[in-house]
Design a protein. Structure first.
Length: 242
């Protein structure tokens, strides 16, 4: 039976940890080419010392290519404004975690545990009155608020949980080893922190309101990623209408 995690307790990943990865076949091919290039450069240096200047220039070009690849990987996985994961990476990571849970249950009697969590909970978050902030104070202020919301989400989850900006004013969190009841407590804490952000700006922007609707859905047997997101989305809009 898988050990249940409590909020604040870090899961023990026995063999491997699911981490963000934005590498593409193109990036892998580029890495292979740069490795070959470095090998050739080394041979040239050994046999042709007089070509040292050219070799140094080639090394600089390779370093620049590698730096550009790192930037592309970063852009592929993260939201440029908030520096949270983007929708694509969020979906990939949640799917990986769900597959890990299902795989653990399937082979639990045949091998040692690879992960210590047996469930996860998805929380969708949507700013209710974000458009008026843009309309009243401009998109620059709107961007500041989006960053503040992102910082609240990121600073109120554990290092192994996932926070993402799905697009516009919609965010998401994945809490590993956390059931729905525990996730509700986490949401209340986040609400309190968002109220503090509102107070921080209220003197400068008197009509600002930072109101967020949440939709919480725990992983259950038989639920795939799309179903979890659909149920969380439905709960979020029920709260928004209420």
């Amino acid at each position: 039976m898988s050990e249940k995690l409590k909020i604040g307790e870090e899961p023990k990943i026995i063999e491997e940890e699911i981490m963000p990865s934005a590498e593409t076949p193109e990036n892998e091919n580029t890495k292979s080419l740069t490795d070959k290039a470095l090998e050739l450069i080394s041979k040239i240096e050994e046999n042709n010392p007089e070509l040292q200047v050219v070799v140094n220039e080639l090394k600089k070009i390779i370093e620049k290519i590698e730096d550009e690849n790192k930037k592309l990987e970063q852009e592929a996985a993260y939201d440029y404004l908030t520096e949270l994961y983007n929708r694509r990476e969020f979906e990939r990571m949640v799917l990986d975690h769900i597959n890990a849970i299902e795989d653990e249950k399937k082979y639990s009697d045949q091998r040692e545990k690879k992960i210590a969590y047996s469930t996860l909970t998805v929380i969708l978050c949507d700013l209710d009155k974000f458009k008026p902030i843009n309309d009243l104070y401009g998109h620059a202020v709107g961007d500041i608020i989006l960053k503040e919301v992102a910082n609240v989400l990121k600073s109120n989850i554990r290092t192994f949980d996932v926070a993402a900006r799905l697009g516009g004013d919609e965010f998401a969190i994945v809490l590993l080893g956390t059931n729905e009841e525990e996730a509700i407590k986490k949401v209340e804490k986040i609400r309190e922190k968002l109220k503090e952000v509102e107070k921080k700006y209220i003197d400068q922007y008197p009509r600002i309101e930072i109101l967020v609707s949440f939709g919480i859905q725990e992983y259950k047997d038989g639920l795939d990623f799309e179903m979890i997101m659909e149920l969380a989305d439905k709960k979020m809009y029920e709260e928004k209408k209420g």
